[in-house]
Design a binder for this molecule. Structure first.
Ligand code: KG4
Ligand code: ZN
Length: 342
C-alpha cells in the first residue's frame, strides 16, 4: 500500500520460489494456482500492516500486463471485484512502468525527486529494456533484448550448470570467487539498433565451454545438493563449485554487466539523462551495482533489494499519477500478456 504522499505503507510479497524451484523454472499453471491461493491473505496482510481498512482506500491498482496471462487474470479479476464491492476506481498499471516507479517511490520516501530526463534500464526475468523517460508517465523505448532477457540468461546458465532456480542470486554470489577475465566472451554486435541487447550468443558460448570441459560429475553433485537442501547456502555451493567453473561464472557475470552498462551509458549520453534508473530483479545484482561506481559522472538510482524484484508497492506507486489524472480502467479491463509500455 502507498499513500497519497506516495509513501510506502506496506509491502507484502508471496513468494512462489519454493513451488517453481523444484521444476527449474516458472510453471505457468502452478503460478496461477498460487496467485489464487495467495491473493486474499496478501491483500488482507497489506491492509493490516498499513493499519488501514478496506474503507480507507481511494483506488485499487492492478497489473494488467505484460506477464503470464493466468496470473494476470487472477489479479485483474480480484481487483475488479474489490472495486465493484467498494465503489472504487480501478487503475491499470503496466508491470514495467511499476518497476520504474519502485525507484521514484523510494526517492520520494527520502524527500528527493528523480531528475528528468531519466534513462530507465528495466532488467528482469522477462525484460531487458531501455526507456527514455522525459517526465513521469512518459516513455520512449530506445532498445530491448532481441532474444533472452538478462535474468533469463542468468536462469538458463544456472540451470545448465546444475544450480537451482532462480539462478541470478546464486551466480551473483559465486562470481566474486572467480576470475572475471578467465574466459573471454565476445560482446554482442547489434545490426540495426545498436541499443538492442542479445544474450543468446553468450548463453550458447557458455554451453560450448561446458561441453568442452568435463563437468558432468560436478553438475550432478550440484543437482544432488539442490535435491537434498531446498536452499543450499553459499558455502555449500562453493564447495560444490571448482575454481574453473567459478571463473566461468565470474566471466559470464562480467560480460552481462558490460553489455548492460555499455548500452545504458550510450543511451544516457544520447538523451542527456540526468539520472539512470535501474530496476527489475537483475537490479539486485551486486556486481552490477558495484560496476556503476566506475562511472561517477552518471547518477545511477537502484531500488532497495525488496523493491527491485516483483512487488505490489511499485504498482501502487505507478498508479498515483493516473489517479491524479482520473485515468481509470473500466470493468472490461483485460489481462494482456504482451502489453507494451510506450
Ligand atoms: O523482476 P523480477 O522479480 O521478475 C520478473 O518480472 O521477471 O526478476 C526476476 C529475475 C530472475 O531471472 C532472477 O534470476 C533475476 O531476476 N535476479 C538476479 C539477481 N536477483 C534476481 N539476476 C542477477 N543477479 C541477481 N542478484
Ligand atoms: Zn518484474
Amino acid at each position: 500500500m502507498v499513500d497519497d504522499g506516495q509513501r510506502l505503507l506496506s509491502s507484502v510479497v508471496a513468494s512462489q520460489l519454493d513451488t517453481h524451484s523444484k521444476y527449474g523454472g516458472v510453471v505457468p499453471e502452478l503460478a496461477s494456482r498460487e496467485h489464487l491461493r495467495a491473493i486474499v491473505p496478501v491483500v488482507r496482510q497489506a491492509l493490516q500492516d498499513a493499519a488501514t481498512t478496506f474503507e480507507d482506500l481511494d483506488a485499487v491498482a492492478v497489473t494488467s500486463g505484460p506477464g503470464l496471462v493466468g496470473s494476470l487474470l487472477v489479479g485483474v479479476t480480484y481487483a475488479k471485484a474489490l472495486c465493484f464491492a467498494g465503489s472504487l476506481p480501478l487503475i491499470a498499471v503496466n508491470h514495467v512502468e511499476g518497476h520504474i516507479h519502485a525507484v521514484i517511490l523510494e526517492e520520494r520516501q527520502q524527500s528527493r525527486d528523480v531528475a528528468f530526463p531519466a534513462l530507465a534500464l528495466v532488467v528482469s526475468g522477462g525484460h531487458t529494456h531501455l526507456f527514455e523517460v522525459p517526465a513521469i508517465g512518459s516513455y520512449r523505448l530506445l532498445g530491448k533484448t532481441r532474444d533472452d532477457a538478462a535474468g533469463e540468461a542468468y536462469d538458463k546458465v544456472a540451470k545448465l550448470l546444475g544450480f537451482g532456480y532462480p539462478g541470478g542470486p546464486v551466480l551473483d554470489r559465486l562470481a566474486p570467487s572467480g576470475d572475471p577475465r578467465a574466459v573471454k566472451f565476445t560482446l554482442a554486435r547489434m545490426k540495426g539498433n545498436e541499443l538492442d541487447f542479445s544474450f543468446s550468443g553468450l548463453k550458447t558460448a557458455v554451453l560450448r565451454w561446458v561441453e568442452g570441459h568435463n563437468l558432468a560429475d560436478e553438475i550432478a553433485q550440484r543437482r544432488e545438493l539442490q535435491r537434498a537442501h531446498p536452499a543450499p547456502s553459499i558455502e555449500q555451493w562453493l564447495i560444490a563449485t571448482p575454481q574453473a567453473t567459478r571463473d566461468l561464472i565470474a566471466s559470464f557475470q562480467r560480460t552481462v554487466i558490460e553489455e548492460l552498462l555499455r548500452r545504458a551509458l550510450a543511451s544516457a549520453d544520447e538523451i542527456g539523462a540526468e539520472s539512470i534508473i535501474v530496476s527489475g530483479g537483475v537490479a539486485c545484482n551486486a556486481g552490477l551495482r558495484a560496476a556503476t561506481n566506475r562511472y561517477p559522472g552518471y547518477r545511477f538510482l537502484f531500488p532497495s533489494f525488496s523493491l527491485s524484484t516483483d512487488n505490489a508497492a511499485m504498482i501502487a506507486a505507478a498508479a498515483f499519477p493516473k489517479l491524479e489524472r482520473g485515468e481509470f480502467a473500466g470493468f472490461d479491463l483485460r489481462a494482456q500478456a504482451n502489453l507494451v509500455l510506450a
